[in-house]
Design a binder for this molecule. Structure first.
Ligand code: NAD
Length: 316
C-alpha cells in the first residue's frame, strides 16, 4: 500500500515568488472567481482559528510529532493502546471546536455559486457544520468509528463515554491537545490504558480516518477529482501541501492548465505550481473575499455597500 500521507520535503518560498497580501490579494482572488466556480482544497490551517492545532504551522512545525501509523494500528496492540489513550485526552477539545469565519465564508461562497465544492484533508467535520454541502473528506471523519472485523459503526461521541468509563481518572490529566484530536502523553501514561472493543463482536475498532501510511479510497479521490474537473480554478486554503494526497490536486490542476491560488500562512509544497500566492489568515481573507464578491445589498442577505453582511454568514 502506498504511503500517501508521508511527508515530502518542504522548501521555503523563493525570492521570485510574488506573494500577495491584503486588498491586492482580495482583488486577485475575486478576479479568479470571476472566471467561474472554483474547487477549494483545505487543510489543517483552515481550522487553526477554531482552536485545532495544525502540524506544520508556525509554532507547531518544530514540535516533536509522533503521528499514528496505519500499519501499527492494524497490527500492534501497543500502538492501539497508545492511540486510544491519546485520543481519549484529545477528543473532548477537538469535538468542542466550532466553525470559524473561514468555514462560514466558504459555505457562503458555495451558496452563492462561486465554488463547485470543498475537498478537505481535515477530519474535524467543520465544513459541513458551517453549512457547506459539496464536501469530500479525503481523510475521513474522526466523528465515526468502525469495527475492522464486522464493520459495525459507532459514533466517536458514544465511544468516548465507554473510554472514560473503562479508564476512570484518565481525563483529569493536564495534557496538550495536538492536531487530529491527538494529545501529547508520556509513554508510561498509556501503559495501563484499557482499549475498547466492538460492541457486536469484540473486534478491533478504528476511527474512520486515513492514518499516515494508508491510501485515500479510490471513490473518494474520484469524487474530489469530479469537483476539480467542474471548476475553473483551484483555491488551496491552509495547507502546507506536504502530504501527497492533497498535493496531487494541485498537480492535476496545473497539468490541465487550471489556475491555482494558494491562501496560506507561509510557504507550501505547491508554491512552484501556483498562479497566485496569498499570505494571510484564512479567517480574515475569506470573509473579506466573500464581501468583495457580493458587495451589494440584496434580498438574499448579501453584504451592503459598507461590507456589512445583512445576515450573519453563520446563519445562512
Ligand atoms: P499542515 O499542518 O501541514 O499545514 C497547515 C498550513 O496552514 C501551514 O502552512 C500553516 O502555516 C498554515 N496555517 C495555519 N493557520 C492558518 C490560518 N489561520 N490561515 C492560513 N493558513 C494557516 O496541514 P495539512 O497540509 O492539512 O496536512 C496535515 C494533515 O493532518 C492533513 O492530512 C490532515 O488530515 C491532518 N490534520 C487534520 C486536522 C483537522 O482535522 N483540523 C488538524 C491537523 C492535521
Amino acid at each position: 500500500m502506498s504511503d500517501e500521507r508521508a511527508d515530502l520535503p518542504h522548501d521555503a518560498r523563493s525570492v521570485d515568488d510574488i506573494v500577495l497580501r491584503g486588498a491586492d490579494a482580495i482583488d486577485a482572488l475575486r478576479a479568479l472567481l470571476a472566471r467561474g466556480p472554483a474547487a477549494v482544497l483545505t487543510g489543517a490551517g483552515c481550522s487553526t482559528e477554531s482552536g485545532i492545532p495544525d502540524y506544520r504551522g508556525e509554532g507547531t512545525r518544530r514540535r516533536a510529532r509522533n503521528p499514528v501509523q496505519h500499519r501499527a494500528v492494524l497490527h500492534e496492540a501497543e500502538a492501539r493502546q497508545r492511540y486510544w489513550a491519546r485520543s481519549t485526552v484529545g477528543w473532548p477539545r477537538f469535538a468542542a471546536a466550532v466553525p470559524n469565519p473561514a468555514h462560514h465564508a466558504l459555505a457562503a461562497l458555495e451558496a452563492q455559486g462561486c465554488l463547485t465544492g470543498i475537498i478537505t484533508q481535515n477530519v474535524d467535520g467543520l465544513h459541513r457544520a458551517a453549512g457547506s454541502r459539496q464536501v469530500v473528506e479525503l481523510h475521513g471523519a474522526l466523528a465515526n468509528v468502525r469495527c475492522l472485523a464486522c464493520g459495525t459503526r459507532e459514533t466517536r461521541r458514544a465511544l468516548q463515554v465507554r473510554l472514560e468509563q473503562d479508564n476512570p481518572g484518565f481525563l483529569t490529566r493536564d495534557d496538550v491537545m495536538l492536531a487530529d484530536g491527538d494529545a501529547e502523553l508520556p509513554e508510561a501514561a498509556t501503559a495501563g490504558f484499557r482499549v475498547p472493543a466492538c460492541l457486536s463482536c469484540r473486534g478491533t475498532l478504528k476511527p474512520d480516518v486515513v492514518f499516515f501510511g494508508d491510501s485515500v479510497p479510490r471513490d473518494v479521490v474520484d469524487a474530489a477529482r469530479g469537483l476539480l474537473e467542474r471548476a475553473a480554478s483551484l483555491m488551496v486554503v491552509g495547507s502546507s501541501l506536504a502530504v501527497y494526497s492533497g498535493l496531487r490536486f494541485v498537480r492535476w490542476a496545473h497539468a490541465r492548465g487550471c489556475p491555482v491560488a494558494i491562501v496560506n500562512l507561509g510557504p507550501t509544497r505547491g508554491d512552484p505550481l501556483a498562479t497566485l500566492l496569498v499570505d494571510g489568515r484564512a479567517g480574515v481573507l475569506l470573509p473579506a473575499l466573500c464581501l468583495a464578491v457580493h458587495g451589494r445589498p440584496d434580498e438574499h442577505g448579501r453584504p451592503d455597500e459598507h461590507g456589512r453582511p445583512a445576515v450573519p454568514l453563520s446563519r445562512r
